[in-house]
Design a protein. Structure first.
Length: 178
């Protein structure tokens, strides 16, 4: 059939392949961002965290953080300012809280936009995160956009009660979400 129209099988396959590529390249690209955590003064915590928009107000957060206290839980929050210049992470300001809600545990109400699930370090001081977070996004102009905000790893577990911080202790690592 293809030979009658002047196309060889190989040429026909190439046309079909290119047509498939063309249709997949028109699908919308989901917004993405990343944060390269760097240790604050006197700490060794570092890692990379990636963010990918999965819904209107949902972002998949994935990554690995090293240098944590082994077998310990650590507070993990988005902060209002994308500024890690102070050396202790305090220049990142308070927790990101676009809705003015009380601090709490992510996934339960009340909680604010900066509340993320705590990190749980393994015996080697490594924590992995792979969680879809609702209530935040990566879309420019949105009130709950986290791009340009700070990402902080804390020394202690979040108690999910103390306002407005969760009493999670010193800031061990800081990054700007870009």
């Amino acid at each position: 059939m293809f030979m009658r129209s002047g196309l060889s099988l190989a040429a026909a396959a190439a046309v079909i392949t290119l047509a498939g590529c063309a249709s997949s390249s028109t699908s919308p690209v989901k917004p993405q961002a990343a944060a390269a955590l760097e240790a604050t003064r006197g700490n060794e915590v570092k890692g990379t965290v990636r963010f990918m928009q999965t819904g209107d107000n949902a972002v998949l957060v994935t990554g690995q953080i090293t240098g944590l206290k082994p077998n310990m839980e650590h507070g993990f929050h988005i902060h209002e300012k994308g500024d890690c210049s102070s050396g202790d992470g305090m220049s990142a300001g308070g927790h990101f809280n676009p809705s003015g809600a009380a601090h709490g545990k992510y996934g339960r109400d009340p909680h604010h936009g900066g509340d993320l699930p705590s990190l749980r370090a393994d015996a080697n001081g490594v924590a992995r995160v792979n969680e879809e977070i609702r209530g935040i996004n990566l879309k420019a102009g949105a009130d709950n956009n986290i791009v340009g905000r700070g990402l902080i790893v804390h020394a202690d577990p979040d108690d999910f009660k103390t306002q407005p911080t969760g009493n999670a202790g010193a800031r061990m690592a800081c990054a700007v979400i870009k």
